[in-house]
Design a binder for this molecule. Structure first.
Ligand SMILES: Cc1ncc(COP(=O)(O)O)c(C=O)c1O
Length: 493
């Protein structure tokens, strides 16, 4: 952060999904300390034991994984799925737990990558989905009552959203948001924050995971497709201002798009005033502000991160929790005058930003989303999942301190980060550091995989070994059980 920012008051009440925003400056100092020292992986003999678990107890998963490799590239289709030493095959999911095909039970902190805020396979959603499937099946291509109900509910709870357009996924919604911003402003540049993930569309596989990496992962994507995408370093308003100034001389900035908690679901968390300053910058330069709330939408509170920070974007991207874990989780919402440019249907002759999707807004997704959000609101799920995240973070901090480990645990409500290898925190702020980071990332990534495997062998499923999504199903007993298991893993370091 280059300039001191204005003080800001955030909701700190126990009923907020995020009870307390972390002290960001102190966190960054701890990240720095973590990546400046050599990695602290599991002891090698302990690792052998961990691997033994997979050989002895997961034969069914292993067989299926081998079969999958013959027909599915790499044998795995989910980017978040753990594939070290091989992906587990899951037979049952319920609440806070998963059971694999060999009958092993796990506490589920992947939560499918975030959408199941109520816990897995919640009956209140499933029963309503079954009812609609009996009535009209999954799709008709025509208007359905729940399509309207879901849109109305989203407009009700998301403070900046007057209108909603449902789409197929977060990636699709991001594509639509960028197109809409360009159509509305008539400008071309889109600025994202380095390290943020906005799905896998051609224009946004740019500066992913680590800031400053630009087209590193843009394999199969022509230069033209990313030619109007720019990245700017996290938490750096001066750098953003400079980009906006230069862009003003070259056709103007259509939008700044951010994950409002910070890149990669807050892996590099924002300064609490960052979003408010962004809003001001966008107004000054006539650019739209896009909040990608695919992760924070409903998890950071029913009003998302925009409600939490009280900062109103022009366009909001939604996904994940929007349909409670059911398929077709994607939407954009926003101000009426902006959103009207998306008017659909074959009768429309007005100038519009074209978006589509045969299965968009199908009754199955809409009824699932409607009841997922109704239940979340009724049960106070964002806040309760947030309290579970607080309990988890406190417990992890206690274990890390007691064992004298350099690891860093922090949480933004129900999004708990557990950085052991620091692979996503490497310093990439200049080309030399970037080169060094690219070399170092391999060993650190491998350590993260080993940690993930060790968690799994101790009955814990995490997201990529470094993130923990808590849900409404995570009672104190579940969290305390999980903490004992984490302690058993950290004992092996
Ligand atoms: C912030 C953010 N935006 C967009 C996406 C893409 O969403 P989807 O996987 O539904 O395409 C993700 C997915 O993880 C995400 O975390």
């Amino acid at each position: 952060m280059n300039k001191p920012l204005d003080p800001i008051t955030l909701p700190a009440a126990a009923d907020a999904a995020v009870s307390q925003w972390p002290d960001v400056d102190s966190l960054y100092r701890r990240f720095d300390a973590l990546v400046k020292q050599p990695i602290r992986p599991l002891k090698r003999e302990a690792l052998n034991k961990v691997m033994g678990y997979f050989d002895e107890r997961c034969q069914g998963s292993k067989r299926l994984a081998e079969e999958a490799k013959k027909f599915i590239p790499g044998g795995v289709q989910h980017n978040l799925a753990f594939n070290h030493p091989f992906p587990l095959a899951i037979a049952q999911a319920k609440g806070a737990h998963l059971t694999d095909v060999d009958g092993n039970r796990y506490i589920d902190f992947l939560q499918a990558g975030g959408p199941t805020l109520l816990g897995s396979n919640h009956p209140a959603i499933r029963e309503q989905v079954n009812r609609i499937l009996d009535d009209c099946g999954p799709v008709t291509g025509l208007l359905h009552e729940y399509e309207v109900k879901l849109a109305q509910l989203v407009c009700d709870v998301m403070p900046s959203v007057d209108m909603v357009r449902l789409l197929g996924s977060g990636t699709e919604a991001v594509m639509a948001a960028v197109r809409l911003a360009r159509a509305y402003t008539g400008k071309k540049w889109v600025i994202k924050i380095g390290g943020a993930y906005h799905g896998w569309s051609d224009q946004l596989v740019y500066g992913m995971r680590l800031p400053g990496t630009g087209r590193l992962e843009a394999v199969g994507i022509p230069r033209g497709a990313t030619a109007n995408t720019q990245e700017s370093p996290p938490n750096n308003l001066d750098a953003l201002r400079r980009r906006l100034q230069i862009n003003r001389l070259r056709g103007g900035t259509a939008a700044i798009m951010v994950e409002p908690f910070g890149p990669e679901s807050g892996t590099r968390p924002v300064h609490p005033d960052f979003n408010r300053q962004l809003r001001k910058l966008c107004d000054e330069f006539d650019a739209l502000l896009i909040f990608d709330e695919v992760v924070t939408g409903f998890r950071a509170g029913m009003g998302g991160a925009q409600g939490y920070f009280n900062v109103m974007p022009d366009i909001t991207v939604l996904g994940k929790c929007l349909t409670g874990g059911y398929p077709m989780a994607g939407a954009i919402g926003g101000r009426k005058d902006v959103m009207q440019l998306l008017a659909g249907g074959i009768g429309t002759t007005a100038r519009r930003a074209f978006v589509g999707g045969t299965l968009s807004a199908n009754p199955l997704s809409c009824v699932a989303g409607y009841y997922a959000l109704i239940e979340a609101r009724k049960l106070n799920a964002p806040a309760l999942a947030g309290r579970a995240g607080d309990r988890m973070r406190k417990g992890l901090e206690e274990i890390i301190n007691r064992r004298g480990l350099p690891y860093v645990a922090y949480n933004l409500g129900s999004i708990v980060h557990l950085q052991t290898s620091g692979v996503l925190l490497l310093d990439t702020s200049n080309p030399l550091k970037l080169l060094r980071a690219r070399n170092e990332a391999k060993s650190r990534k491998h350590m993260m995989e080993e940690m993930g495997a060790a968690y799994t062998a101790h009955g814990l499923i995490t997201l990529a070994g470094s993130r923990i999504y808590t849900s409404l199903a995570d009672t104190d007993d579940v969290i305390d059980d999980a903490l004992e298991r984490f302690d058993a893993v950290f004992k092996l370091v």
